[in-house]
Design a protein. Structure first.
Length: 570
């Protein structure tokens, strides 16, 4: 409501100004065109005031610097390219002066988007950077930085600060064929949907190995530069040495990424805080090689002090949408995400007049391990989970999550039972909860699915768009009375209505409950079995082992002897 009132007040204010000032004048002094208004990007920056947007047409341009400015967006059209560099004083860690194709220094909320940076012509320089933010904040989005290879050091993107002066968000940035893809020194950064690949030569100065994707903190004992970094939905791959290098007391959370093909190590923790590297794809369902996971994928090991369990058993799906569309993650997670975005004219705008966001990043990852707690009473997990994370939700009207299932998933139950019992739940951090807007489509699909569970999420539902990023799971809802189920068997069979369970219930009711000793055993069973059932429900192999090795054998004996024990209660 407050946001709506603010927007309405803004409209009234603009209309009021329109009575005194022509609307054309209001628009023209907020958008600067290159080369229309200024032939160079630097000229437009020099002329810009706080809050302006600089639109750069296709073509080749010289390097540019933003120093002491605020709230400026530099947006390139397809084909806008920078190949030259300017000197910048960094004076942090081992670097004094560097050449950078884009420099942002002592500035706030500077956004660079859509411009291609190619450093191939700078290979003979000592220190080269594609984009350098020094003691500044802002956003870098939808662009490529490549071929930043200096004589001593080359980096695609450098975020460098001092005591929290630099905070930068990277969205859908591609860094390739450099010495280091992204370095964050004494700064804070969030990387979403980025691709960092092909880092190859050594970094010089004796501080970097031969080709590193992301460097967090300043390596070496002579400098201090601990940083805080979150990496999500990124591809960090095929680097000559290390995927993510953490040092100097830095804190890193790297979840739902694809970290694979890095020749020496996927993640090296060289003196940072314990790295949170859960739910990543490491190039193999076996996870990364480590002393605690000797069967892991040998081409992408991790060092100690890296928390990588549980890992993803399937690849992560990452896609950026600039208009309404569908993210097809059936191969990765049997899931589709339908995104309905606002019309461009309806987007909430920032002070510069540019859209608050012009793209939506969707990250989808599936798992067979339960990332949350025990399902509610009477509900049994089918053993399929999916994480759906969306960044840029201010541009979104509605998101629909479709989690597909096969006849085998639901034990060939009837369409009527599918419609009646299947549920899609979400994990709120403490409990599994039903979606506010959810249902089941039981129509068979051409690609072999028996249907899908769906949930619609808007700004006003529970969960809301702002809460996307929490886990979702498919469940089979059964009777709510726990005494009417066989918990361990239910976990094993992934349904409380299997024929095998019916005979177990019959034996319980006919033989056990009528006797004092049998009733005591049943009471003890229901008191102690829930945590065991929860453990079994989290692991497919364990579930199959319990079903085949224990329950199936008990059921076979009960079936064979049913004629004898079934008359005991009469």
């Amino acid at each position: 409501m407050k946001k709506t009132i603010s927007i309405l007040l803004g409209v009234v204010l603009v209309l009021g100004l329109g009575l005194a000032v022509p609307a054309s004048m209001v628009a023209e002094d907020r958008i600067i065109h290159v080369p229309g208004d200024h032939p160079t990007i630097q000229g437009a920056i020099d002329a810009a005031r706080d809050g302006d947007t600089i639109e750069v047409a296709s073509g080749e341009y010289g390097a540019f610097s933003v120093i002491g400015k605020n709230d400026i967006s530099i947006v390139g059209a397809a084909g806008a390219t920078v190949r030259t560099a300017n000197l910048v004083l960094i004076d942090r860690g081992p670097i004094g002066i560097a050449l950078s194709m884009a420099v942002v220094k002592d500035s706030r909320n500077i956004n660079i988007q859509g411009i291609h940076f190619d450093g191939a012509a700078l290979a003979k320089e000592e220190v080269v950077a594609g984009i350098a933010y020094v003691d500044s904040t802002g956003r870098i989005a939808n662009l490529t930085v490549e071929n930043t290879i200096g004589m001593e050091l080359g980096v695609g993107v450098a975020i460098i600060g001092h005591a929290g002066t630099s905070v930068v968000n990277l969205l859908s940035v591609t860094a390739r064929n450099s010495m280091a893809g992204v370095i964050i020194w004494d700064a804070e950064a969030n990387l979403d949907g980025c691709s960092i690949t092909g880092m190859r030569p050594g970094g010089g100065f004796g501080i970097l190995p031969a080709g590193v994707g992301i460097v967090v903190g300043i390596p070496g004992d002579a400098w201090r530069g601990p940083s805080t970094v979150r990496v999500r939905g990124c591809s960090i791959s095929e680097n000559k040495d290390i995927g993510i290098y953490v040092c100097d007391g830095s804190a890193v959370e790297a979840r739902f990424n694809m970290i694979y093909g890095n020749a020496a190590l996927g993640v090296l923790n060289d003196g940072g805080q314990t790295v949170d590297a859960l739910y990543n794809w490491w190039g193999s369902p076996a996870g990364p090689l480590h002393t605690s996971n000797v069967a892991g994928f040998r081409n992408n090991p991790v060092s100690d002090n890296v928390d990588f369990k549980p890992w993803a058993e399937t690849r992560v799906k990452t896609q950026t949408l600039t208009e309404s569309g569908v993210v097809n993650a059936k191969e990765e997670a049997a899931t589709e995400v339908w995104v309905r975005m606002r019309d461009a004219d309806a987007l909430v705008t920032n002070p510069s007049g540019a859209a608050a966001t012009d793209n939506v990043l969707v990250v989808v990852q599936g798992s067979t391990d339960n990332p949350g707690g025990t399902p509610p009473d009477g509900i049994t997990a089918l053993g399929r989970y999916v994480d759906v994370s969306v960044k840029g939700t201010e541009a979104v009207v509605e998101i629909e999550i479709r989690l597909y299932y096969t006849a085998k998933d639901v034990r060939n139950r009837s369409k009527e039972d599918q419609d009646k019992y299947l549920r899609l739940l979400w994990w709120d951090g403490a409990h599994w909860q039903p979606y506010q807007s959810t249902g089941v489509n039981t129509t068979d699909t051409a690609d072999g699915y028996s249907g899908y569970m769906w949930a619609k999420v808007t700004a006003n539902t529970t969960p809301s768009l702002d809460q996307l990023g929490t886990w979702n799971g498919d469940f089979w809802e059964g009777p709510t009375d726990p005494s009417n189920g066989c918990l361990i068997a239910t976990a094993a069979y992934a349904t409380d209505k299997a024929q095998e369970i019916q005979i177990l219930r019959e034996f319980r009711d006919t033989v056990l409950l009528p006797s004092r000793l049998g009733a005591a055993f049943v009471t003890l069973y229901y008191r102690t079995s829930p945590p065991v059932a929860d453990l079994i429900s989290r692991h497919n192999i364990l579930r199959a082992t319990v079903r085949v090795g224990v329950i199936d054998r008990i059921v076979a004996v009960l079936n064979w002897s049913q004629a004898w024990w079934s008359v005991m209660g009469r």
